[in-house]
Design a protein around this ligand. Structure first.
Ligand code: NOJ
Length: 728
């Protein structure tokens, strides 16, 4: 079937057909424009007969198209399936026409409870038809669908946040005490890393019971109180979902070891080579261990992509998939608003069990411990892993529909340098929706490079790489760090640059992910072999003594720094011992100090989160203006509202840099002014850009090292808009 874009024939008045008739068998037979034209119509809807016609998503099951003229754009949607196909479908129309992000329902064949739909997520039932009037994302803001797009997702390791019972471990009640703070910085979505019962060999990513709370964090009652508190503040809570593996202490694994017929196939087993004397193949996992461990109880090897105490679940077993859905349902029933799915790259392995080839890097690194020494052709990013993500997405869609819940978020974690593989988790097309947020780790990779000379250019390369590759139907996301990568502040060429990075995180288009404590510029705390007893992240030991200090992720997981008064920064009481030592910087870098100071990282962060709610930042356009070794600048705009963000990345001692933005923006007039909206904390109050509201001329904008600035352009709107548009 081919439908080319053409002017919709006025006389056909497809939309004049009473919508009930779209529900009829006639509509189910519609597969072409000609068929539409023959449908009955009603003159009262003549307004829809104007304008152009363009097909949207057309499949055997769905017929959808746009009608538009200069003022308005409509999306007409007809689900042609019959009652025998009761499956709910969701389609993604985002990015198909203009910058529209949502649609107001102006007519529908069925009773709609919602007034508007987000275009990333158009739900459809068999036989349903409706007309949406499209509008920009920021218009008629519908929190129930969009909350995750505008939000900052705040990652919290509960153990490291706030201890309420003086055992040195943060807990759920402690987190409840800190909700005021989290809300005060404008964060609306909290993501908790695993809080389930666990032997805690991998910070809870080794789960021994998926449907309970580890006693060190509290009880299920505590959890329910937390959910209620979060929701009463109009905030959301998402949990880590770890589908790839369990702890070896999980009852399923214990039963599998005993050859219990109900559980024999819950994990992945192999006899091994050479009568069991050799491992099945050469697979090496990301935690520095071979992926196979011999279990004498079964006289077989079990697979583990991560630690040997984290056996991989057999995700080709339907019973296991059912168990996982039961787990998702359990937490959804308690009110959680979505999940962050762990390690989705690693879900499925090729069942031919072929060896993996060495990579180009193998000559420089030890292939017995380093994951990058192999091309993971057999054990990562298998097509079935993408399919599982889509399956869970669909499960959440059905759950939210059946239970009248707001949109349920699905975030996925897939570390990969190959950007296409990361993008695939979004779902390859508009009908097969996958992850909502396939986490963008590019900034964290680039911070690892540590090449100060090339810093600015490398940053530009990574930002552009993401922007160029993100599918049009996907919503972007930005992330500066996580529990797996060192603290962003410690990895920047200069700690002062953190403010500029807040601007990148919060003012570029997309969801922002923030790791707890980064809002106060917390730094890494080094762990050394002089005190091996301090190290909790035992994975580091797999790489040998030489690498422990570099590899331990404890550095970035230290307790949150609240105050300078009490010995442990207010994380726990003076008489307790924190489970992980605090970073030395806590007396200067803590929430209390930064609240008191007139200017601080925290205050700037809060200000930028507020700014991010403005329409140019949510749903507006974005364009790079300048990227050199020293400066990165971009604009965000919507209609006449234009913001310029400039970040000077040179380290101290470098000459100040003066730039002519009038020229760069190709502005026709000689004078162009900008008003200071936000500035990095290191800009002196006495500088011409030192106060919010100051007006400066943009033909000579001077920034010192590590200074960053947000300006609102004051211009003849028309002229500047033309410059931007012409350049598109
Ligand atoms: C990814 C998590 O982010 C990491 O911390 C953990 O060690 C592995 N998955 C294994 O669960």
């Amino acid at each position: 079937m081919s439908l080319s874009s053409s002017v919709f024939p006025r006389e056909s008045f497809f939309l004049l057909a009473p919508l009930e008739s779209l529900h009829s068998d006639d509509v189910k037979r519609v597969i072409s424009l000609d068929d539409l034209i023959k449908l009955p119509h009603d003159d009262s809807l003549a307004q829809f007969s104007i304008g152009e016609y363009k097909p949207a998503i057309v499949t055997n099951d769905l017929f959808s198209f746009f009608r538009f003229n200069e003022q308005k754009t409509y999306l007409i949607f007809i689900d042609k399936r019959s009652e025998s196909d009761a499956d709910l479908r969701r389609y993604n129309f985002f990015g198909l026409v203009g910058t529209f992000g949502k649609g107001k329902i102006v007519a529908s064949s069925s009773k709609q409870t919602k007034k508007s739909l987000n275009l990333t997520n158009v739900l459809s039932n068999h036989g349903q038809a409706f007309v949406l009037e499209l509008c920009e994302l920021y218009e008629d803001y519908d929190e129930s669908q969009d909350w995750w797009m505008r939000d900052v997702i705040y990652e919290v390791i509960t153990a490291s946040y706030q201890d309420s019972n003086n055992d040195g471990f943060g807990d759920i009640q402690g987190l409840r005490q800190r909700l005021d703070y989290i809300q005060s910085i404008g964060i609306k979505t909290i993501w908790l890393t695993p809080i389930y019962p666990s032997p805690w060999k991998d910070y809870g990513y080794d789960i021994s019971n998926f449907c309970d709370i580890d006693p060190r964090f509290g009880t299920l009652d505590d959890f329910c109180q937390l959910v209620a508190d979060v929701h009463s503040r109009n905030m959301r809570l998402i949990l880590d979902f770890v589908p790839n593996h369990t702890s070896n202490e999980h009852t399923w694994f214990q039963a599998a070891l005993r050859n219990d017929p109900n559980y024999v196939d819950y994990y992945v087993w192999h006899e091994g080579k050479n009568n069991g004397k050799d491992l099945p193949n050469n697979w090496l996992g990301p935690s520095g261990q071979r992926m196979w461990t011999y279990a004498p109880e079964r006289k077989m090897y079990y697979l583990h992509q991560f630690l040997d105490c984290q056996p991989d679940l057999n995700l080709r077993n339907d019973k296991v998939l059912e168990e996982l859905k039961r787990i998702l349902r359990f937490w959804l029933d308690l009110g959680v608003d979505g999940f962050r799915a762990d390690a989705v790259r690693h879900l499925i392995e090729n069942d031919d069990f072929r060896d993996e080839p060495l990579s180009k890097k193998a000559k420089d690194i030890d292939p017995n411990i380093f994951y990058d020494a192999y091309e993971h052709t057999e054990t990562a990013d298998q097509p079935e892993s993408y399919a599982l993500v889509r399956q869970w997405r669909r499960f959440l869609d059905n759950y939210s529909y059946d239970n009248c819940r707001d949109y349920l978020l699905f975030v996925t974690e897939a570390y990969h340098q190959d950007i296409q593989k990361v993008m695939n988790y979004y779902g390859a097309n508009r009908e097969e929706r996958g992850s909502d947020v396939s986490i963008n780790f590019l900034i964290t990779y680039y911070l690892d490079k540590n090449d100060n000379e090339q810093h600015g250019l490398e940053l530009d390369k990574q930002l552009t790489k993401w922007q160029k590759n993100v599918p049009r139907h996907a919503w972007s996301n930005w992330c500066l760090g996580s529990h797996d990568s060192g603290r962003v502040t410690s990895r920047l060429p200069s700690t002062e640059l953190i403010d500029g990075f807040y601007m990148l995180l919060l003012l570029q288009s997309g969801t922002a992910l923030l790791y707890y404590g980064d809002e106060i510029a917390m730094c890494n705390r080094p762990f050394t072999l002089e005190h091996p007893e301090e190290i909790v992240d035992i994975t580091a030991f797999n790489y040998g003594e030489k690498y422990v200090e570099e590899r331990t992720r404890d550095c970035q997981r230290t307790p949150m720094q609240w105050t300078s008064h009490s010995p442990y920064a207010g994380f726990t009481s003076a008489t307790a011992k924190p489970y992980l030592p605090l970073a030395d910087t806590w007396p200067e870098l803590n929430v209390e100090q930064q609240e008191k100071a007139e200017r601080s990282h925290l205050k700037l962060f809060r200000q930028l989160v507020k700014l991010r709610q403005q329409s140019p930042f949510y749903g507006g356009h974005q364009k790079k203006v300048l990227a050199t070794k020293e400066l990165y600048a971009f604009i965000r705009w919507l209609h006449s509202d234009i913001y310029l963000i400039v970040i000077n990345q040179t380290t101290s001692g470098h000459e100040p840099i003066t730039t002519d933005f009038v020229k760069l923006l190709k502005y026709q007039n000689k004078q162009l002014f900008g008003e200071v909206v936000a500035k990095s904390t290191n800009i002196s109050d006495t500088s011409p850009i030192g106060k919010e509201g100051n007006r400066i001329e943009l033909n000579q904008l001077t920034l010192q090292s590590n200074e960053s600035l947000v300006l609102r352009l004051l211009s003849s709107v028309l002229e500047i808009s033309l410059c931007i548009d012409n350049d598109e």
